[in-house]
Design a protein. Structure first.
Lengths: 478, 218
């Protein structure tokens, strides 16, 4: 009869003690498993957030440096000269492994010729801006239509601020063509459809014909950015190359937006990209606010789950060690008898280990059955607490952003509503957090089993060290 | 078989020796009784010759070889078997399992042989039904018989017993002593029992008394 058979006999004959151990071990493992699966769910949610939150890095002219340069030259009146971004440089930067895609933006204004631009009036803006008021159009160097040149409209026209409703968006194959995507209200007011052609007059009074290939709808929340900006409906999307043609330039852009594969690598990418540009002329700015706002509650959940795992493991080890110490003290005669017969010490320890190992197997089964429920409940509580605190922080910062509003958005995006758009995006992504996928998989079971093994090993060593270092006579006389 | 040479033992103070200069020899085929007052050091002497403890000075030899050389664990495993006053059986096992366990640990010739274990138990008056019952369900006399059977099933040639009849009535005491005689005379083993009962000692082949730190043949 070896130590394994002795262990099984002991478990079988001492049912009460075995059940007590099973209950204690199950309770410990249940909480450890909950912690592990929440931790894993948070990790995978962070990975998903990295892929889905689309952090961007925008390459534009360095306005701060340009202002400094202009002031130093002391030329009056002050004229700010901003350098254009070279598309060739942007292509070199876009070769980085951190870049998922990039979008060149280039805009200019033109005047409507064969159609009427949308006129917006506001009680606090005074006389109408833009519009088809010919006197205003001709007297102003700013046209009533914004011609926004992009590489592709796929990102712009799939956001919450603008959606493609008819025809198709622009792609890289539309470069150098006169294909455009116009706003729904502008199309409606002028009875324009996909396939229609429209005419505009550039700043040199040259008439240009544009072909409508798609119609988009700007969101209701999109509004004029403020003084000096036309209605968002007056934004027409075309290729960046065509805008260059209208402006009389080649291979230039106002800005280039790089979409990151992994938002966490944005700063590394910037360091890499800065080597390819002149930092005194150009700047790289990151927009990973969505990612960061998602990261905070997830990191909170992950860190809390981590604490649960460690606290329960430590507390569990202490509780089990105390139980094992008591159990072994109660069995010191048995140890003495076994040693007096010449049994090896490691075999005596192995017998206790086997007993606990059998209990561990059954406890793991119980923990796996119950862990999913407990983990789900705990994760819902944790996520709701974390997201509510983050959302309230976001609301405060968004409110501040709006009060400072009025700055045109980058890249000729349908104007205004930057903070609202961000808020909507974060809100929708955070609501998906409440469905944090908490499930028990093989990996978490293995992890749990590993934790259990370590706990029983420490508990048994702590319990047996005091008795096994003695000679059998001392154990039997104790 | 077992020889002690200048054996001495003390606990904390070397000036307060339990016994000293003990030179004894125990031979195979004989049943020895060690008697003495309570606290005189009988059990301590037994633990030294059983390899449960190490002497402070002097040596214990088994068949001419020092226990240190044999190794105490190895000695306990292969050469000696023990019977205690409180039986010290494994309480979560049956009588049969106790025997099988002892045979497995000591690597006895009949290890794993249930029939052999049952026949041994039957020989000492434990039938198959009782053999398969948990030992805690047996009477004190039966438990002590199981403890003796445990020493019989192992291949060790030396048996020590500490107050083996201390908890038993007269009939059981006689039965147990008969068993020890059988082990000594029929199996040609050396059996040493420690007792404080002179009646028990008188039934043994040889009596040694521990008196004033010395052993004397009675």
């Amino acid at each position: 009869m070896n130590f394994i058979k002795r262990a099984f006999l002991n478990i079988k004959e001492k049912k009460g003690r075995s059940i007590l151990l099973l209950l204690v071990m199950s309770a410990i493992l249940l909480f450890v498993l909950s912690g592990i699966i929440i931790q894993n769910a948070a990790k995978s949610a962070i990975a998903t957030a990295k892929e889905s939150s689309n952090a961007t890095v925008t390459l534009t002219a360095n306005r701060e440096q340009a202002f400094k340069k202009t002031r130093k030259s002391k030329s009056k009146p002050t004229t700010l000269s901003l350098p254009s971004v070279s598309i060739a440089t942007a292509k070199k930067i876009a070769k980085s492994s951190y870049v998922k895609s990039y979008n060149v933006t280039n805009s200019t204004t033109v005047n409507a010729k064969s159609f009427t631009a949308i006129t917006t009036s506001s009680s606090n803006q005074g006389p109408s801006m833009g519009g088809n008021s010919k006197s205003q159009s001709s007297s102003s160097s700013q046209g009533d239509i914004t011609l926004s040149g992009v590489s592709s409209t796929s990102t712009i026209l799939s956001s919450s601020s603008a959606k493609l409703v008819s025809g198709r968006g622009l792609t890289v194959s539309d470069a150098d063509t006169n294909n455009v995507v116009i706003e729904k209200e502008l199309a409606k007011d002028n009875s324009l459809k996909v396939g229609s052609t429209i005419k505009v007059k550039d700043t040199n009074d040259k008439v240009r014909t544009l072909k409508v290939v798609g119609i988009y709808k700007a969101s209701n929340t999109a509004s004029t950015g403020g003084m000096g900006q036309s209605d968002p409906g007056n934004t027409i999307y075309t290729s960046a190359q065509y805008v260059n043609k209208v402006k009389g330039t080649t291979g230039k852009a106002e800005s280039v937006t790089f979409t990151m594969n992994n938002p966490a690598k944005a700063s590394t990418f910037i360091k890499q990209a800065k080597k390819l540009i002149s930092t005194s002329k150009f700047s790289l700015t990151t927009d990973d606010s969505t990612y960061q706002s998602l990261l905070t509650p997830l990191n909170n959940v992950k860190s809390f789950a981590n604490k649960i795992v460690w606290l329960v493991s430590i507390a569990g080890t202490i509780i089990l060690a105390l139980i094992v110490i008591l159990m072994i003290r109660e069995r010191r005669y048995e140890i003495g008898v076994l040693l007096s017969m010449g049994e090896k010490r490691w075999k005596v320890i192995s017998q206790f280990f086997t007993e606990m190992f059998v209990v561990l197997i059954f406890s793991t089964i119980i923990a796996v059955i119950g862990g999913g429920f407990v983990g789900n409940y705990m994760s819902k509580e944790l996520v709701s607490q974390s997201t509510s605190s983050t959302t309230s922080t976001m609301t405060v910062s968004s409110g501040q952003g709006q009060s400072q509003g009025g700055a045109p958005t980058q890249g000729g995006m349908p104007g205004g509503g930057g903070a609202t758009q961000q808020g909507q995006s974060v809100g929708s992504q955070q609501s998906s957090l409440s469905n944090l996928e908490v499930s028990v998989n093989m990996m978490s079971i293995f992890e749990l089993f590993g934790f259990g093994l370590i706990i029983i090993l420490i508990a048994i060593l702590a319990g047996t060290v005091n008795v096994l270092r003695l000679e059998p006579k001392k154990i039997l006389i104790l | 078989m077992i020889t002690t040479k200048n054996l001495a033992y003390w606990y904390d103070n070397a000036d307060e020796k339990l016994f000293e200069d003990i030179n004894l020899q125990f031979d195979a085929g004989k049943l020895y009784a060690i008697i003495g007052k309570s606290g005189s050091g009988k059990t301590t002497f037994l633990s030294l010759i059983a390899g449960l403890d190490t002497p402070k000075s002097g040596t214990v030899e088994f068949e001419g070889e020092e226990l240190k050389k044999i190794g105490l664990m190895n000695y306990r495993k292969k050469c000696v078997s023990m019977v205690f006053q409180s039986y010290n059986l494994l309480t979560y096992m049956s009588a049969l399992d106790n025997l099988l366990c002892a045979m497995a640990i000591t690597g006895a010739k009949h290890a794993g042989d249930k029939k052999y274990a049952l026949s041994l138990l039957d020989k000492i008056g434990i039938d198959e039904d009782n053999a398969k019952r948990k030992v805690t369900k047996l009477s004190g006399g039966q438990q002590q018989r199981v403890a003796i059977a445990r020493t019989m099933c192992c291949d060790s040639r030396f048996v020590v017993a500490d107050e083996p009849t201390g908890n038993l009535d007269e009939n059981s005491t006689n039965d147990v002593l008969e068993l020890f005689k059988q082990i000594a005379h029929e199996q040609n083993k050396c059996v040493v029992i420690v007792t404080h009962e002179f009646d028990v000692a008188q039934k043994c082949d040889s009596i040694i008394e521990l008196r004033q730190k010395k052993f004397e043949q009675v």
